[in-house]
Design a protein. Sequence first.
Length: 104
Amino acid sequence: MSDRYRIVRFLTCFAFVTALLGCGATQRRESTGEYVDDSVITTKVKSAILDDATLKSFQINVKTFKGVVQLSGFVDSAEYVTKAGEVAGHVLGVKEVRNDLVAK
């Protein structure tokens, strides 16, 4: 094999490995697939909250990271805080709910 061929082969392999590692997940960063999954979970949780007649009038923020859903915002009572957590927890794909809602 020529030296040029070896260099091209090495650079191709290096680029491929670098690209694969760039899509990998770390503790602070999600992989591409996890990001898409979390976006779907966030959408489903928001939809479930809007479908609940008692919760749809509140401004409840939803964020998801690696299947863990965080709820934030303000509701009128502790009962609604609990209800929102239960609704979010029943959504498929939710691993945990961190309920940071505050009752006014």
